[in-house]
Each structure stands twice: as structure tokens, then as C-alpha cells.
Design a protein around this ligand. Sequence first.
Ligand code: NAD
Length: 298
Amino acid sequence: MAVIAWIGLGHMGGPMAGHLVEAGHEVRGFDLDGTAVAAAAASGVRAASSIADAVAGADAVFTSLPRNEHVREVYGGAGGVWESAPEHALLLDTSTVDVATSRWCHDESSARGFAFVDAPISGGIAGAKAGSLTFMLGGEASAVDRARPLVEPMAGHVFDLGDPTLGIAAKLANNLMLFVSLVGVAEGAQLAASLGLDPQRFYEVASVSSGESWPLRTWYPAPGVVDSSPADRNYDATFAVALAEKDLAFAVAAAEASGLLTPAARIALDQFRTLIAEGLGGKDASLVAKFPSPEGHV
Ligand code: NAD
């Protein structure tokens, strides 16, 4: 069994680290937020006092951090992973970052003698808790081979996508599809309601017809239709508007850099930016439909 450091014990990182404990690994966790550390400690993660404390003697270091700047700081900052981890440690970033940050992590890790794998995930908080996430791995073949058994206790599916940054490329392309589909589901649901259809009856039709999709089944935006829908819980976030905006902005930037036009993604991105400007960045992305919540407000 391995000694594993885990930096960033939030909604995703906390439960994921817990699955590594269950798999028999010694896991040392660090987070700036003491509440997150305490929650992880309750599932057997050893609370570390700093990044350096967490990574000392580690065979592998996982990161699960909010944004590009946090990832850059945790790897490259004073007392960070590159300064403190043993050189044999495998580094894996599960955060959703842009392609440039992932490339930087690969290049700078390799310049310091570390093997790095971009290992973004899909499946949300429910998937992190259930250990059923989809992992998309990018990196040198020898590093990805080392990564696979480590991520398996947290995963329903593990994909080896080949070269460095191809994991994050898959994640951004997947989430572009997700959020463009979500906007389509939101508009279709509103059209159905405004033409006089009962939302439940229309859902029954669309879920066995060609309008069917993951956001339709999981996030149907009208209240009282789908058990898992945030519309029934005042749009409390299962996937926050601010995270959706981040992922789509990275996807649109990556498309632009390859000379690709993504007009539908840009429209979806504008919708999420409007919600953020209205102070709703912490609410669920399915709010894009703007159906009234059960409480009549958001
Ligand atoms: P989160 O905000 O709940 O957790 C991130 C944690 O990182 C926080 O606890 C924060 O305190 C900690 N942190 C920030 N800077 C730190 C530092 N310098 N040192 C140590 N800890 C630090 O976020 P999350 O929802 O767990 O998401 C984590 C990553 O996974 C993000 O990149 C997100 O885009 C991605 N992701 C999230 C979901 C989801 O449904 N929440 C799904 C797939 C991917």
C-alpha cells in the first residue's frame, strides 16, 4: 500500500481521499480550511499541518483545487509540492484547470524530475462520494500506468487518453457538451411549459425521445419532476454556476486557440456570466432555466 498526500479536501477531494483510506493506503491530507481537514480526518485521513508535512515521504501526491491560480501556487509556491515532495513521488492533479496550466504543470514537473498526470474527473459530488467518478488521464505512458491503480478506488471508469494534457482536453470538451445541452434542456422545458404542457408529462415524453440527455435526466429544471433536480431544493448547488462558467470559459479559450468557432458554447457562457452578475454564482447551474423555485425565490 502507498503513502499518499492529498492537497485540497473540499467537496470532491474530501470524499475521494476517504476512498483511498478505505483501499488501505496511508493518506495525509492538507487544506487551508480546517473544517475540510476535520471532515476528512473523520474518514481516516491523517491531518497534515502544511503541504510539506503532507508530502514528506509520499509515493503519490493528489491535488483537488478550485482554480488555475491555486494549482500553480500549491505546486510552485514556497513550501509547495515541487519544493517538498520526494523526487520519486507521482503527481496527479484532479482539478479542472485550463490547458495552459495543465501544460505548465507537466513541463515544470518534468524539469524537476517528477512524473505528472493530468487526472480530471467527472461525476460530481455524488460520484466522489460513491467512488464512481470517470477519470481522464493524460501523461507519459509510464506515469499513467502508475496512476491507474491509485485512482481505481475512486473511479467507475478510468480512461488513458495518451499524451500530457489530453485528460484535461477530454474534460473541457465533455463539459462544453454538458452545459450547451443544459441550456437546450432549459429552453425546451420552458417552451413546453409556456405552450401548456404539464412539466411531468413532458419530461416523460422527452426522456424516452430524442431530447433525452444527462442534464434532462439529472437536472430537469422545473420543480417537482426529477428527484435529483436542484429545482426542488431552491437551486442549492450540485454544480455551481461559477464552476460552470469556469469550465466553459476554458473550453471556449481552448477552442479559440485551435481556431475553432463554438457559438453555442459562447451563448451558454454568456448566460452563466449574467447569473454571476446577478449575484447567483453560488447557485446551481440548472438555474439557467429560471423556473420559480419551490420557495418562489432564489
Ligand atoms: P472546493 O472549493 O469544495 O474544494 C477545494 C478545496 O481546496 C477547498 O477546501 C479549499 O480550501 C482548498 N484549497 C484552496 N487553496 C488551497 C491551498 N493553497 N492549499 C490547500 N488547500 C487549498 O471545490 P470542489 O468542488 O471540491 O472542486 C475541486 C476541483 O474539482 C475544481 O477544480 C472543480 O472544478 C473540479 N470538479 C468539481 C466538480 C464538482 O461537482 N464539485 C466536479 C468535477 C470536477
